[in-house]
Structure formats: C-alpha cells, structure tokens
Design a protein around this ligand. Sequence first.
Ligand SMILES: C[S@@+](CC[C@H](N)C(=O)[O-])C[C@H]1O[C@@H](n2cnc3c(N)ncnc32)[C@H](O)[C@@H]1O
Length: 222
Amino acid sequence: MCLHNGAQSMWRNDLYFQEAIVGLNTLIDPERLYILYQYVRHTVDVSGDLAECGVYRGGSALLLARTLVKYGRGDKKLHLFDTFAGMPPANPLLDLHQEGDFGDTSLAEVQKYLAEHGSSLLFYPGLFQVTFAKVPETKFSFVHVDCDLYESVRLCCAFFYDRLTPGGVFIFDDYGFPSCPGARLAVDEFFRTRPEHPVYLPTGQAVVSKLPEEFVFLQTGT
Ligand SMILES: C[S@@+](CC[C@H](N)C(=O)[O-])C[C@H]1O[C@@H](n2cnc3c(N)ncnc32)[C@H](O)[C@@H]1O
C-alpha cells in the first residue's frame, strides 16, 4: 500500500484553491499553481511587495492577486514585468524558445483581464533590462520568475536577490523543464556563490527562501 497517494492530490480537495483557479488564462498546470498559492500564503506576513517576471496573459498574476485578497493582504502591491508583446531574442546556445514566442497578448488585454485587482497592480511593459530600474528601492517578499530564457532568469536573480526580504521567496517556474535549459543554468550559476540552495520540486519548479544574514554560515575553508 502506498501511503502518500492521497497527499499528492491534496490540491483537488482545497475548495478555496479550486475557486481561485477558475478562469485562469495561464500556461501553468494546477500542481504548479498550488505551489504558487501556498507560497503566497506562506510569505503573506513577510514585509515587502510581490513581483512576477513573465506575465504573458495574466493567469498566474490573477491567482497571486486573488490569494493576497483571500489572506487579508489585498494592500500588498504586485509588480508585473513583461514585454506584453512576446519573447525577446533568445540565446540559441542556451535556450530553445524563439524571439516572439508568447506574442499573442497585449498590455491592454492583460490590464482588462486583471481589472478587478487594478488598485494593487503595477505594470512595467518592456524588457527587464530596462524596467527593473524603475523599482530600485522596493523590497520584495515573493518573486515569481516565469520567463524561460537564460539571460532573463539571470537578470531576475541578479536584481531581486538583494531586494528580497529574509524569509521571502523566489519561485522559478521553468527550472526543471527540458524546454528551458537556460533557465536552470541561470539559477544554478547564481546560487553557486550564495548561501541558499534551490529546492527542486517534483512539479519542475525550484524554490529559494532567502536566509536572514545572521543565520548564514559561509564556509571559508580556513
Ligand atoms: C511562459 S510566459 C509566462 C507565463 C505566465 N506566467 C502564465 O501564467 O501563463 C514567459 C513570458 O516571459 C516574458 N519575458 C521573457 N524574458 C523577458 C524579458 N527579458 N523582458 C520582458 N519580458 C520577458 C515573455 O514576454 C513571456 O510573456
């Protein structure tokens, strides 16, 4: 008898979660959405805003916004970064996606889709290379990285790591997907020299929880 069979499908019996995913226009399957939902809840009282890098049609962003409201933190801001016009150029040596993938969306459509949560949302249309600079002082409790490409994931790590509050989390959507080898490489390279070790989930996602500085013991080899 396998005792953990039931545990694997817990999300099917979570009625609020089932309600929260109704009508989501997303590429992300329910198992991965349930991880997002739980980590929004987990970090709801960590200080800082939320960010999503890779919004496409707004589906996972809608789940993040609904979950904040459900847990009484509709006051938290959710920063949404995307070209809203498709993928930027990829690196053919590291990525399998092509420039222009996910181009069947627009800023206006996503704003309309998310209108119910408009007061807590901030939109940054354009390349991360340009738009991250618009939030230089903001601190974050939760960063969802769903942008598939080596350079895009590398930029997310480099920008948000120092702005993540201890106890806050990164969720890397594409870490374990054969279609996104560059995303995994970018995460592995970045955390090779950091005290946090990415936790790889059976869903394909990876999670990094920022450690408080006073708990960090870096081996010096001396
Ligand atoms: C897989 S889609 C996101 C899926 C979405 N989270 C969902 O719920 O379906 C990846 C998105 O990342 C965006 N993206 C990737 N690299 C980017 C960059 N450097 N700057 C801006 N947007 C980028 C693409 O435009 C695309 O919309």
